[in-house]
Design a protein around this ligand. Structure first.
Ligand code: PMP
Length: 455
């Protein structure tokens, strides 16, 4: 989203230097005109002109404990004073404890953690583990998915970010996951959508060669592609299909994990307890330490970990399990437990964000649908409610969306915008007052979107 250059001289210098020397990520999306941020605290950011913005984005949906939490900042400082970095072949206290705590939030039987430096590396390694474990090559992932921006994870990614980056014949096969509002299966309810999506997956595997698939990767609740909360039994059905064909099931919890959906992991919303299904591998990153220091990882089920005792897993990273990152994981998980931050995310979702977004959908004709859990909500914007024509095309932008985004920002609210969707994804620590403040601003900004609706 292009933003005007700051007026303040010091911020302007930062802006100009960035534009001269930094190749911006996803530059095609306008990130080459960056907003300068000079400070951040809790749920608020300060921009280069000293404007205070309520952060309904959690940055890239990672600052689950908000910005600059003093407990986590201190844990990083203390670890830096003690030991900044070591060879990952050596053990250190921060990594050992971080692994124990991460395994504790995963389903029973998932006791081992492989650390990486980001979500995409977690995905790369999870796929390699699945290939090593099965001796097979092909992979399955949803069209509406995002799994990262390195080679394999980019091939797995189904959405438009893959288009310019496709690596050709990599064995990555894509399928339609459930999305009732824009059903590919002409379904009229969740149950039909679920059954038909599972039939489609099963038949696709049959046509593509069941004995050739190493892994199926799926976001437990898809994130950037639109927060399509799956029908209650979908993931359980996917597990059954994976079992039928000996495919390793990977739940990608990079965005949805660590409190975002009001549960520690999003998959917990679709399990009835530890006797229920579990994936073979889980990828995580972002919320595990709110992104204070780069970190990601793979949680392995014991049955996969055991196979690497016979055939070793050949893969590792210089900074895997970095002490500063692991110290921040330990502090973050303990803090989330002590301050009941996951419970807060659930309550705010159930009592404020969900009900108020549904009210906004009644009031504003530009809203086609709202959906979500916890502090993980998507607002699907349409030009026409009857035809469900999106307010911006898939993979593109529109004046209506940009102006609505701009109106909210001018009023002090930073929204997450993707094509025809606004996502309401504030930090999990958000208070009721802050949530209401942001939703009031969003309500006013939606009048702008309404003016583009065809009557
Ligand atoms: N998987 C999912 C579900 C994600 O949302 C993301 C990042 N948005 C990634 C993987 C990649 O993570 P990273 O940007 O840390 O490499």
């Amino acid at each position: 989203m292009p933003v005007p250059a700051p007026q303040n001289t010091a911020a302007r210098e930062v802006y100009d230097k960035e534009r001269a020397h930094v190749l911006a990520p996803w530059s095609a999306w306008g990130a080459s005109d960056p907003m300068v941020i000079t400070a951040a605290e809790g749920c608020y950011l300060t921009d280069g002109d000293d404007n205070r913005l309520l952060d309904f984005t959690s940055q890239l949906v990672n600052t689950n404990i908000g910005h600059q939490h003093p407990v986590v900042v201190k844990a990083i400082q203390d670890q830096a004073a003690e030991l900044c970095t070591i060879n990952p072949a050596h053990a250190n206290g921060a990594r050992a404890e971080a692994a124990r705590l991460v395994a504790e939030v995963a389903p029973a039987g998932m006791n081992r953690v492989f650390f990486t430096n980001a979500g995409t590396e977690a995905v790369e390694h999870a796929i390699r583990m699945a290939r090593r474990h099965t001796g097979r090559h092909k992979t399955l992932s949803a069209f509406r998915s995002y799994h990262g921006a390195t080679t394999t994870s980019m091939n797995l990614t189904g959405d438009t970010r893959r288009w310019a980056n496709d690596m050709g014949n990599t064995g990555a096969v894509h399928f339609h996951a459930p999305f009732l509002y824009r059903s590919q299966f002409y379904a009229e309810n969740d149950k039909q959508e679920c059954d038909r999506a599972l039939e489609h997956l099963d038949s696709l595997i049959g046509l593509e060669g069941p004995d050739h698939f190493a892994a199926l990767i799926i976001e437990s609740v898809p994130g950037t592609v639109g927060i399509m909360v799956p029908p209650a039994d979908y993931l359980r059905g996917v597990r059954e299909i994976c079992d039928k064909y000996g495919i390793v099931m990977i739940c990608d919890e990079v965005m949805s994990g660590f409190g975002r959906t009001g549960e520690w992991l999003a998959l917990d919303n679709f399990r009835s307890g530890d006797d229920d299904w579990a994936p073979d591998l889980i990828t995580f990153a972002k919320g595990s330490n709110s992104g204070y220091v780069p970190l990601g990882g793979v949680i392995l089920h014991d049955r996969i970990a055991a196979s690497f005792e016979k055939i070793p897993y050949t893969g590792g990273l210089t900074y895997a399990g970095h002490p500063l990152a692991c110290a921040s994981v330990v502090a973050t998980i303990n803090l989330m437990r002590d301050e009941k931050i996951v419970e807060n995310a659930r309550t705010i979702g159930e009592e404020i964000i969900g009900p108020r977004l549904r009210e906004l959908a009644e009031k504003h004709p530009s809203i086609g649908e709202v959906r979500g859990l916890g502090v993980f909500w998507a607002v699907e914007m349409v030009a026409d409610r009857e035809t469900r024509e999106p307010l911006a095309p898939y993979g593109g932008s529109s004046e209506a969306m940009a102006k609505t985004f701009g109106a909210a920002k001018k009023d002090g609210l930073l929204l997450f915008m993707n094509y025809n969707r606004f996502h309401v994804v504030p930090p999990c620590i958000i208070t009721a007052d802050e949530a209401n403040e942001g939703l009031d601003i969003f309500d006013r900004a939606l009048d702008v979107a309404d003016s583009y609706v065809r009557s």
